[in-house]
Design a protein around this ligand. Structure first.
Ligand code: PLP
Length: 432
């Protein structure tokens, strides 16, 4: 029995592309709630939920039931061939929870977060007839060519490709802990990052060439970075002034993760389009773009499409997921347990100066580790993540050196507490 996990890993190394990086050496056999199990029956507390995806926990019985029932009824119909009830039911549910005017919007399903981003930028360019998109450093929007052109959280994702990325300009994400403009604090800088965008529009990208600004309202892969108050509102105002569309990439931050259905709601900002994926399919591949109705209505039939997007099984899983988030009060739970996790690390920070910054909303939390000189502790973070997994905790990093917390929103304070105890103990061993 002991050999099963090891055997899978060995066969995987021989057959699977090495570009698929693994943060842990665990072979998962099954998942239940907030726990994952390997083939030897070892139990792991899942602090990352399949990269912020299993918001209602692993194999929630109502999601499994919806999938099973739909699998017996219709596996695939293709949205271009006919109409499918699960497709429209989920789109109506998304409209009902959408921010602002998107409640009256229209949407399209695709298969992934990258594809949702591709769809949004295609629509923006089609509608405005403008070629450029403005994106942010520290942002991750996906790995397909259009999405990768926007992604700027790490040059690894762009190397040897940049010559093919046209029509994209970047501006600094307001990462206040490590201000890209070297200001001391967000209170004193007068939102200098916003002023820089104004400058960019005056000197680099003519606004009449700019179709859209795309932003993760909380940067995900780039380090769970929270923009200062006023930033997103300011961005909305710039967009309105120049007829630029504002696209919110809520692939990671959306659907309850931050304690609100969409992270933009923390700042009362209404985007023109919102991209979703990850939690949307309840564990099955599903993405979506919801846009203001006048934008979607101007896209002619068949200008955009997909074979599998809006697959009925994935849509049923998505509808079940949304219902559970609401019925089980998972957003208030995310706020309560998330605040508790942050408090624990604030307390630990007093004796562990390697904890540089603690930030987050709901259950989207980063604990940024630093060296004695304040630089990111990038060398140690990957080995720490491996050590945590050998001690029964599954998680990943984000940004240069942050521990990323994105557990299922079902996690209880007691479960979180046990995991945090283990993590703090490991950090204590490595404190400089
Ligand atoms: C904010 C954001 N956008 C887009 C993507 C790409 O999604 P996918 O991996 O489903 O293509 C991700 C994935 O991590 C993401 O976090």
């Amino acid at each position: 029995m002991e050999k099963k996990s090891a055997g899978i890993i060995e066969r995987d190394h021989a057959a699977v592309a090495s570009t698929i990086y693994r943060y842990t050496d665990i072979a998962f056999e099954r998942g239940e709630g907030v726990y994952l199990y390997d083939f030897e029956g070892r139990k792991y507390l899942d602090f990352v939920a399949g990269i912020a995806t299993m918001n209602v926990g692993h194999c929630h019985p109502e999601v499994v039931e919806a999938i099973t029932e739909q699998a017996r009824t219709l596996l695939h119909g293709a949205c271009h061939i006919g109409y499918m009830e699960p497709y429209v039911v989920l789109m109506e549910a998304l409209k009902a929870i959408a921010p602002g005017d998107l409640k009256n919007g229209k949407g399209i399903f695709v298969n992934s977060g990258s594809e949702a981003v591709e769809t949004a930028i295609k629509l923006a360019r089609f509608i405005t007839k403008r070629p450029m998109i403005l994106a942010f450093t520290d942002s991750f929007h996906g790995r397909t060519m259009g999405a990768a052109a926007l992604t700027a959280s790490n040059t690894l994702y762009r190397r040897n490709l940049t010559g093919l990325f046209s029509g994209v300009s970047h501006t600094p994400y307001p990462y206040c802990y490590r201000c890209p403009l070297k200001h001391e604090s967000a209170d004193k800088c007068g939102l200098a990052c916003l002023n820089l965008i104004e400058k960019t529009l005056e000197t680099v990208v003519p606004p009449e060439d700019l179709a859209a600004i795309i932003i993760e309202p909380i940067a995900g892969e780039g380090g769970y970075i929270i923009p200062p108050d006023g930033f997103l509102q300011g961005l909305r105002e710039i967009c309105d002034r120049h007829g630029i569309l504002l696209i919110a990439d809520e692939v990671q931050s959306g659907l309850g993760r931050t304690g609100k259905m969409f992270a933009v709601e923390h700042w009362d900002v209404e985007p023109d389009m919102v991209c979703m994926a990850k939690a949307l399919g309840g564990g099955l591949p599903l993405g979506a773009v919801l846009a203001k109705a006048e934008l979607m209505d101007a896209w002619p039939p068949a200008a955009q499409g997909t074979t599998f997007g809006g697959n009925p099984v994935a849509c049923r899983a998505g509808s079940a997921t949304l219902k559970i988030i609401q019925k089980e009060n998972l957003m208030p739970n995310a706020v309560e347990v998330g605040n508790y996790i942050q408090q624990r690390f604030h307390k630990a920070q007093k004796e562990l100066p390697m904890i540089g910054d603690i930030r987050g909303k709901g259950l989207m939390i980063a604990v940024e580790l630093i060296n004695a000189d304040g630089s990111p502790a990038g060398e140690i973070i990957k080995s720490l993540v491996k050590e945590m997994s050998s001690n029964g905790i599954v998680l990943t990093k984000c940004g240069a050196s942050s521990i990323r917390f994105a557990p299922p929103l079902t996690i209880t304070r007691e479960q979180a507490s046990k995991g945090v105890d283990i993590i703090i103990e490991i950090l204590r061993k490595h404190q400089w």
